[in-house]
Design a protein around this ligand. Structure first.
Ligand code: PLP
Length: 364
């Protein structure tokens, strides 16, 4: 079986994790928590990084840090894993959906402005499957209407927008270290920002707004949250980060090979990499167009029969029961693409032979 996307742990993961066990520093404070934040900040070139228990909590923390809540609206694409949309609900705000681009499958920035009202507070671009949103336009619109920008970069660690790491273009960026992501800590997340005040506030909110008094007692000025990552998982993260360049390079090589081998396949549309983008190809993906010989679901079934795991695209969030009544623009492209898309195997350790096998099956 060729799996969709599995972790690679061939570095110092076990050594660092074992050290946590050996020294008894397994829980929510410890040197690896601090080290993971520092080294991650260095990698994406952020001034502040706050580690969290998963990507979803990083996104919720970003919204809470900026004070988003009841009565506010957040603009997001519907073609996404549901997590960022759920976090908008957690804080009491309302998601407003915009369509995506036909070639990159990420937020169509030309459709944002028509959805803005006096309630809009945030634009939340999701860099789906590794391809960056066209951020210059997002930032221009945000500036004009005085909005915050929170980047969901959970699927795009290592991707770049005009030579800047994705997640560092907007006000706050969020990452995930779930098992299928670019690097993993089993479960984990990170919030990054260049704004020191927000960095401090995010750390404060994520650690139960705890202030330690002179006598050692705890004092809490407002409602806080426990979004902390334990040291034992941060140890994994530090080890994974040591190999990040190799992982991103491997995934980009896979993306290029897939694109090369499928570019002339009838009825297949390959992945994009716009001139402004460096795509980490988190999950290499294709569209199965109407002139392909069989349906999208049949392709998934046939691949499975041949021992190859694949997955249909995210289904539009604006069609899910909790979000059916939310405001949205025209969703033609979102609905079309989610019915045509397939994610193909994309593990770091995938071999060229395996990619050739997958592509030859699809071409047949
Ligand atoms: C994985 C993912 C998340 C959240 O990650 P978790 O760590 O699983 O909470 C958020 N947004 C998108 C687009 C994702 O793919």
């Amino acid at each position: 079986m060729i799996p969709l996307c599995i972790p690679k742990m061939s570095g110092n993961e076990w050594k660092y994790v074992k050290e946590c066990f050996d020294t008894n520093w397994v829980s929510s404070v410890g040197k690896y928590v601090d080290m993971f934040e520092e080294k991650f900040a260095q990698y994406v070139e952020a001034k502040n990084a706050v580690v969290t228990m998963n990507g979803t909590s990083a996104l919720e923390l970003a919204l809470r840090t900026l004070g988003i809540g009841e009565g506010d609206e957040v603009i997001v694409s519907s073609m996404t894993f549901i997590s960022p949309v759920n976090t908008i609900k957690y804080v009491g705000a309302e998601p407003v959906f915009v369509d995506v681009c036909r070639d990159t499958w990420v937020m169509d920035v030309d459709k944002i402005e028509e959805m803005i009202t006096s309630k809009t507070k945030v634009i939340l671009p999701v860099h789906i499957y590794g391809h960056p949103v066209d951020m210059d336009k997002v930032m221009t619109i945000a500036k004009k209407h005085n909005l915050y920008v929170i980047e969901d970069a959970t699927e795009a660690l290592g991707s770049e927008y005009r030579s800047k790491k994705v997640g560092m273009v907007g006000d706050i960026g969020c990452f995930s270290f779930n098992g299928n992501k670019i690097i993993t800590t089993g479960a984990g997340g990170m919030l990054v920002t260049n704004n020191e005040e927000w960095g401090k506030r995010a750390k404060y909110l994520s650690t139960q707004t705890k202030t330690v008094l002179e006598n050692g007692a705890f004092y809490h000025e407002e409602v806080g949250y426990n979004f902390r990552m334990p040291n034992v998982l941060a140890a994994m993260g530090v080890a994974q980060l040591e190999n990040i360049e190799e992982y991103v390079e491997a995934k980009r090589e896979h993306g290029k090979l897939y694109n090369e081998l499928l570019k002339n396949a009838k009825g297949i549309k390959t992945s994009a990499e716009k001139e402004y983008a460096k795509n980490c190809f988190w999950l290499y993906s294709i569209l199965v167009e109407d002139d392909y010989c069989v349906s999208r679901d049949k392709v998934i079934e046939k691949l499975k029969e041949n021992g190859i795991q694949s997955r249909p695209f995210f289904q539009p969030v604006h069609l899910m029961p909790p979000y059916k009544k939310c405001r949205h623009g025209d969703m033609t492209v979102t609905e079309e693409i989610s019915a045509k898309g397939i994610n193909l195997p994309s593990s770091v350790d995938l071999s060229g032979d395996e990619i050739e096998l997958i592509c030859s099956l699809i071409r047949r």
